[in-house]
Design a protein around this ligand. Structure first.
Ligand code: TYD
Length: 201
């Protein structure tokens, strides 16, 4: 079985600073001589980038079940061809979003059954869930104010984003050993410092 202890998810609503924090934690690990692969979801593979355009592009308006299946398909490709081989090679894998985003957005946000979305993703990733999840927690109105690029899902209603934020909180509360919850309404440099402190051995 692949060891997932070096597979770290960075999660949160739009505007939580995930991408910057992911990059800075990767820099800190590399400075310690660790091998690090960073990925983002959806995307990170040729198939995944094509699906990303379909999912987020805005030309199509897929059914919520289709949306969940497309995210899971992009993720399946990424985990099979990038994440699992990297972990087996001894690398860290830092992922800007993972299956936990599908639980928060497609289940809590869109209203699909949480266990069904969990099972769909468990199949897609062959059971390889991230060992730790860094949840960058911001109030959803702060997050939406900070966000710069609007995609089809980012443009959803404030109520939708509030359900997503609550979903992340519930997932974290149910799984305290896996989740590292950080108050991301603090200044970005202090958020980065806490994340590095919690993740880098
Ligand atoms: P992205 O451009 O990666 O922006 P960010 O992560 O900075 O918000 O957009 C991804 C969008 O897709 C975002 O609105 C969250 C959404 N999403 C889901 O709904 N489900 C998922 O499984 C994933 C990975 C993302």
């Amino acid at each position: 079985m692949t060891d997932s202890s070096r597979y770290i998810a960075f999660e949160g609503i739009e505007g939580s600073g995930k991408s910057t924090v992911t990059r800075r934690v990767a820099d800190a690990l590399r400075a310690n001589g660790e091998q690090v692969v960073t990925v983002r979801e959806p995307g990170g593979t040729a198939v995944g980038e094509m699906l990303r355009d379909v999912i987020l592009g805005g030309d199509a308006d897929p059914a919520i079940e289709t949306e969940a299946a497309l995210f899971a398909a992009a993720r399946a490709e990424l985990v099979a061809t990038v994440v699992r081989p990297a972990l087996e090679d001894g690398s860290w894998v830092l992922s800007d979003r993972t299956a936990y985003s599908s639980l928060a957005y497609q289940a809590y946000g869109r209203g699909l059954d949480v266990d069904a979305v969990r099972t769909l993703n468990d199949i897609a990733i062959g059971g390889l869930w991230p060992g730790r999840v860094v949840l960058l927690r911001v109030d959803h109105s702060t997050g939406l104010d900070r966000q710069r690029v609007e995609d089809r899902i980012g443009a959803e209603t404030a109520e939708f984003h509030a359900r997503v934020a609550k979903g992340f909180d519930e997932l974290a509360a149910a799984d305290p050993d896996r989740f590292i919850v950080i108050d991301a309404s603090a200044p970005l440099e202090s958020v980065i410092e806490v994340a590095i402190d919690r993740v880098v051995p």
